[in-house]
Design a protein. Structure first.
Length: 377
């Protein structure tokens, strides 16, 4: 760039040849109409214009303020702030200190060192920014932000926030990592979700791991892998975990289904609790409890109906109706109606309405009938 163009204030229209350097005597380049660059251009100073069009890359040593829209075929680098009243369309990469725009389209990567405000952001490659507030964000690569407030977020790679995350809907193909807290309406993550604070979410669907250092409050939670929560889980809807569920405090949900191991303090499901692995806790309470084949439960099961499947092992059961299937072992049963299959083993059996112990079953103490008021044994 060796050709220098000097402009004064109030230029109606500015045509910049390829490779030119544009300067102003007072440091601000003010154009009342459009600025058209025939190729690459360097603006030494703040640029103010109605619109900007460039068939190349643009560098601005200062701020860039456009009343309407800007379209740049290659890259835009601004040492200061960028403001565009309508849209900013960049074919290559973007670098600037801060950004405020109606609509932003970047074909390559985007790096905003400070705050980003926009109605819509679409970045083809990776994106980094400070505090970000948008209505809609879509990025094909990784997104690393200080904090995020958005209505809708779609990211093909990873989404990382060093602060808080607030959004109506996020859909991330890779992983989500939030150093602060997260408040979401709908969250769909293909890989891993990590939140170091608390998580509030109405609908959560994660294909891999969920790790929350705080507590989870929400509606529906579906996890394909494992879920590790330092605090509590409190849901209005169902909880489904394909792998291990480890919770430091209590779990409350409409129903709970876990494919792997369960470690909780207490678990209460308003409808059904189904476990197929090993579970340890003080109390597991639900209307209906299904202990899977070869599962092992350390703790008290309390419900209206409890089924202990074949070859499962359970400590204590207290329920209106209890079925203990072939090969299962239970330390103590207190129930209204109790059925024990052949090959099952119960150390102590207490009932208060009816009992059926089939031939081949082992009951070491009992069956003992008590009055309903004495059902606690």
């Amino acid at each position: 760039m060796d050709r220098v163009i000097r402009v004064g204030r109030g230029e109606r229209r500015l045509l910049v040849p390829d490779g030119a350097v544009v300067k102003s005597e007072d440091g601000e380049i003010v154009v009342e109409g459009p600025v058209i660059c025939e190729g690459d251009a360097l603006f030494e100073g703040t640029l103010l214009a109605e619109s900007l069009e460039a068939d190349g890359s643009v560098d601005v040593l200062g701020d860039l303020r456009i009343k309407l829209d800007a379209e740049i075929s290659r890259s835009l680098r601004v040492s200061g702030r960028v403001e565009a009243g309508s849209s900013l369309d960049i074919g290559g990469s973007l670098r600037c200190k801060s950004l405020r725009v109606g609509s932003l389209d970047v074909g390559g990567s985007a790096r905003v060192y400070g705050r980003l405000e926009a109605d819509r952001v679409d970045v083809g490659g990776p994106m980094r920014a400070g505090d970000t507030e948008v209505l809609e964000l879509e990025a094909g690569g990784s997104v690393i932000l200080k904090s995020l407030r958005a209505a809708e977020v779609r990211v093909g790679g990873i989404l990382r926030c060093s602060g808080d995350l607030r959004a109506d809907t996020i859909d991330v193909g890779g992983s989500v990592d939030v150093a602060g807290s997260a408040s979401l309406t709908r969250c769909y993550v293909g890989g891993v979700l990590r939140v170091r604070g608390d998580l509030r979410v109405k609908e959560l669907d994660v294909g891999g791991l969920v790790e929350v250092h705080g507590s989870i409050d929400g509606g529906v939670m579906d996890v394909g892998g494992a879920a590790r929560v330092g605090g509590r889980i409190r849901l209005t809807g169902p909880l489904e975990v394909g792998g291990r569920l480890k919770v430091g405090e209590d779990v409350e949900a409409e129903s709970v289904e876990v494919g792997g191991r369960v470690n909780v303090r207490t678990l209460r499901a308003r409808e059904e609790f189904e476990v197929r692995g090993r579970a340890s806790g003080e109390v597991f309470e639900a209307k209906r409890i299904a202990v899977g084949r070869r599962a092992k439960i350390d703790g008290l099961l309390v419900g209206e109906e409890v089924v202990v499947s074949r070859y499962a092992e359970v400590e204590d059961v207290r329920a209106e109706k209890v079925w203990i299937l072939r090969g299962a072992k239970v330390r103590k049963v207190v129930g209204g109606e109790v059925h024990v299959d052949p090959g099952a083993e119960v150390e102590e059996l207490i009932y208060y309405r009816s009992v059926e112990v089939q031939p081949g079953a082992r009951v070491l103490r009992g069956p003992t009938r008590v009055e309903p008021s004495s059902e606690g044994g």
